[in-house]
Design a binder for this molecule. Sequence first.
Ligand code: HH2
Length: 273
Amino acid sequence: MPFDRPVIVGVLNLTPDSFSDGGRFEPADPGRAADAAAAMIEAGADVLDLGGESTRPGATRIDADEQQRRVLPALRRIVDALGVPVSIDTTRAAVAAAALDAGAAIVNDVSAGREDEAMLPLVADRGAAMILMHMQGEPATMQRDPRYDDPVAEVRDFLLERARVAESHGIDRRRLVLDPGIGFGKTTDHNLALLAGLGAFVETGLPVMLGASRKRFLGELTGVAQAEERGLATAATTAIGVMAGVQMFRVHDVAPNRQVADVTHAVAAHPSR
Ligand code: HH2
């Protein structure tokens, strides 16, 4: 993946219940999802992240067959028509395998390969890239009482350990991306600590992805109740991430984040800094 500019990863949830964009697409109508994907590319997305299971706090689990039924028709269309790198947001190896068969290039696993023991061997075998995300607990209960002594150090150490395990399965380190997992078993204060401490993740030398888009803590900070209206708050996190050296941004609203990332990156990369 080229990192000469920030990579914008557009979120396309093929779910009825995602917290901010659920219910937009029917699996029976992959054309609409492909149109939305084309609009994201037009707006400046470099990668599209497709998912068939919501991981919002308290979400119901979706089995591998149903995830495939939701995601694969749209994924095939997007790969065929747009030829952009696609990542599959799943913790199940069967879903990842089918998505890689259909042309996906990246596996985005919010369990960092912990949920399905077949995941890391699969990614190694296919030579795919992988996003390893930190989560404390599980989606059903993760927001009940998350606790850390030192959120930045604990999340960073967890991710480095998962990267080590991924490498021990034969995944090339250069194909790994670390993601602190904003909102996954974290209070607003934990999320703020992670945003303030992004430099510690960048210093690991592995590429870092930030997924703060529209999340609840942004609503808490701004008083904006509707997730779809947190675009500016999200863009602020993109600016913070770019200044800290973060390379990838998983966002629902591509156009404003593309603009913010490009301008901020021009400043961050300026020789006078
Ligand atoms: N956040 C969500 C889902 N997947 N993957 C990574 N790597 N990082 C994230 O921060 C992340 C993620 C949650 O957002 P969304 O997909 O919009 O909602 P839902 O889980 O309800 O589908």
